[in-house]
Structure formats: structure tokens, C-alpha cells
Design a protein around this ligand. Structure first.
Ligand code: ATP
Length: 168
């Protein structure tokens, strides 16, 4: 499974609709401190079903919604879509799918796959079947590399093992 495109609107610092295309080969995002690079990785994990606001650097899940600035009012919702390309070995065969998560202030999250309303569980299953997801060791956030290097063998093992929540 490959992520081909990320579309964000109202998610953290991405108040205006923004699109990140991930082409073949390496794609890098470069920018000054605080410009939103980590927010992009968090947007991917959030859409894959991340349920811990703390791991998205927030106090509550509504904190992923653009909170406003001195010159811009806050938003009432955030929406992120991931376009994935499945290869033949993935569940459902080869093809493309768009997974969307939307949150409205005070009303929680809703998920869609190719425009169809689905449960959070359907989204986590889709990514679990492809051996990836919000807690995949393939998604490494800032500061994680140094913690992996300095970790004790037992801690490093925990990081690579399937998270308990997706093993049940
Ligand atoms: P660094 O290189 O310093 O780690 P970065 O490019 O990874 O920075 P992020 O940490 O992704 O940047 O972005 C942080 C920015 O996102 C901050 O300016 C913060 O104010 C902004 N931000 C986070 N949540 C929200 C929100 N809900 N509404 C508006 N802005 C937000």
C-alpha cells in the first residue's frame, strides 16, 4: 500500500485547504521550525484512526482543529483525506481508495472510505490488513529516532511488536 496524496483542511496549522502529493521515489517536506512538518505526519496518523489526543500533542481531540490566530477566527471542523494505492496483495485487490476523517467541534469524528460513511473500526482494519496504521513503526515522529537509539533492548522490542490494541 502506498500513500499517494494527503488533503487537509482546517487541521492544526493547515487552515486553508492544502494538498501534499507523494510521487514515486523520495518526497521531502522542508521548512522552518514550526511551519507544520510534524502536523503532516500527525494528519496521516489521525486519519488512520489515532485515538490519543496526547500523541497528537493535544489535550483533547478538538485540538486538531485550527484554533485561530490574532487575525483569523478558529474553524469548526477539520478534515483530512489520504489517497492510497493498493497493490494486488492488499485486501480488495489493486486500485485506489480515499480515506477521510472529519471532526466537528464538540461532535467527534466521522470516517468515510471513497465517500461512503464507515466506522472507525473499518478504517483501522483497512490499514491493519496492510500491516500499517496509526501505530505502525513505519511512521517515525520527531525525537523518536534518538529515543530508539538510546532505548534498552526490551523497549526497542516493544516498539517493533504489534501494538496490543491491533492484535486483539
Ligand atoms: P519543528 O521543526 O520545530 O518541529 P514543524 O515544522 O514540525 O516544526 P509543527 O510542530 O508541525 O512544525 O507545527 C507547529 C505549529 O502548528 C505551531 O505553529 C502551532 O501553533 C501550530 N498548531 C498546532 N495546532 C494548531 C491548531 N489547532 N490551530 C492552529 N495552529 C496550530
Amino acid at each position: 500500500m502506498k500513500i499517494r496524496r494527503l488533503k487537509l483542511s482546517g487541521f492544526k496549522s493547515f487552515v486553508e485547504p492544502a494538498e501534499l502529493r507523494i510521487e514515486a521515489g523520495l518526497t521531502g517536506v522542508v521548512g522552518p521550525n514550526g511551519c507544520g512538518k510534524s502536523n503532516l505526519l500527525e494528519a496521516i496518523r489521525w486519519t488512520m484512526g489515532e485515538s490519543s489526543p496526547k500523541s497528537l500533542r493535544g489535550g483533547g481531540m478538538d485540538d486538531v482543529i485550527f484554533a485561530g490566530t490574532s487575525s483569523r477566527p478558529p474553524r469548526d471542523f477539520a478534515e483530512v483525506s489520504i489517497l492510497i494505492e493498493r497493490d494486488g496483495s492488499d485486501e480488495g485487490g489493486a486500485g485506489e481508495s480515499e480515506i477521510t476523517r472529519r471532526i466537528e467541534r464538540g461532535a467527534g469524528s466521522a470516517y468515510r472510505i471513497d465517500g461512503r460513511d464507515v466506522r472507525a473500526k473499518d478504517v483501522s482494519l483497512l490499514f491493519a490488513d496492510a500491516a500499517t496504521g496509526a501505530h505502525s513503526p513505519a511512521l517515525v515522529s520527531q525525537g523518536k529516532i534518538s529515543s530508539i537509539i538510546s532505548a534498552k533492548p526490551v523497549e526497542r522490542r516493544l516498539l517493533l511488536e504489534i501494538p496490543k490494541s491491533s492484535a486483539t
